[in-house]
Design a protein around this ligand. Structure first.
Ligand code: MLT
Ligand code: MN
Ligand code: ZN
Length: 299
């Protein structure tokens, strides 16, 4: 299986268009300690011909244009993208579907709740259903996609998407709004969990001993957006547990015997984005990695 991180940032990308936080400022100034990151998404293939995207960010056009594997090939019009699996209905995960509307056949998969969000947004009708199919995957069900990879979706703690929030939403309950994906092909398996408010027993049990896990690296500390003056919400309130701390993901995941732990969906306020920073060194000391755009993994 070949896996490519098309993007590795949280919604907004890094640098973010309107932001001058520490990481964004370094990026705007061309500092070599930070890289430019588009919004998180993976491309996966079992045969290097047919590709599945895990989420479709608003940066998809740019991501395809720099990824040789995803260039059009064959007929006058033809993309190697066969399937798109959605792990939430957040804008950074579904916004790019609107850029893939040129009558090209592919299939969209997600939980019933996430597909319902597309149903409720008429702008997605621009994807002609006779050409672009939609199929719900129930929690626990395992489906083999057209691209040949097998997918299971499972609920993780999260919340309804930001654009549906009215007042204070329930954050932290497991629901089909935020799922993780278990991807398998050729006897290899990995997990993609770009949004997660907490690691409960169920999740810990699933990913214990996994070969490879991509995990939510949005924030370093829970109050990071408040402390940096960039926002008013804690990470957990946004559906993202912090990386650091005794109850953070790095400490928890380090005890689960995971072969390779790679952080993705990283917010531009997260200091682990800076090469050589103490926070990056903490991640590396725990033998975990920070994804970057274009990162390729053969499993
Ligand atoms: C999130 O991950 O919390 C969302 O992508 C927020 C957003 O849409 O900006
Ligand atoms: Mn997001
Ligand atoms: Zn910023």
């Amino acid at each position: 299986m070949r896996i490519i991180a098309l993007g590795s940032a949280a919604g907004g990308g890094s640098p973010q268009w309107n932001c001058r936080c520490r990481v964004c400022d370094l990026a705007w100034n061309g500092d070599s300690r930070v890289s430019r990151r588009t919004q998180a998404s993976l491309a996966v293939s079992a045969n290097e011909e047919d590709w599945c995207l895990l989420n479709c960010s608003p940066d998809i056009r740019e991501q395809i244009s720099v990824c040789n594997w995803l260039k059009p090939r064959g007929k006058l019009r033809g993309s190697p993208i066969r399937d798109i699996v959605l792990t939430s209905g957040e804008v950074d995960h579904v916004g790019g579907l609107l850029s893939l509307r040129e009558n090209e056949p592919y299939s969209i998969f997600g939980s019933a709740e996430v597909l319902e969000l597309l149903e409720a947004n008429q702008v997605y009708e621009v994807l002609d259903r006779r050409v672009v199919s939609r199929q719900a995957i129930a929690s626990g069900e395992t489906v083999t996609l057209g691209s040949g990879i097998t997918v299971e979706l499972f609920q993780v703690q999260g919340k309804a998407p930001l654009y549906l929030e009215r007042g204070a939403p329930t954050a932290g309950a497991a629901s089909d709004f935020t799922v993780g994906a278990r991807i398998a092909a050729q006897h290899k398996t990995f997990f993609y969990i770009p949004g997660c408010a907490a690691i409960d027993e169920d999740l810990a049990g699933r990913i214990r001993g996994a070969q490879l896990v991509f995990f939510d690296g949005t924030l370093w500390t829970d109050d990071e957006m408040i402390a940096s003056g960039t926002g008013r919400k804690t990470g957990r309130r946004m559906g993202h547990m912090p990386v650091s701390g005794a109850d953070g993901s790095l400490h928890t995941l380090s005890s689960l015997g995971i072969g390779r732990l790679i952080y993705t969906h990283i917010n531009n306020t997260n200091p682990m984005l800076i090469d050589g920073s103490p926070e990056r060194r903490d991640v590396e000391a725990a033998k975990a990695e920070v994804a970057f755009d274009g990162m390729e993994i053969i499993l």
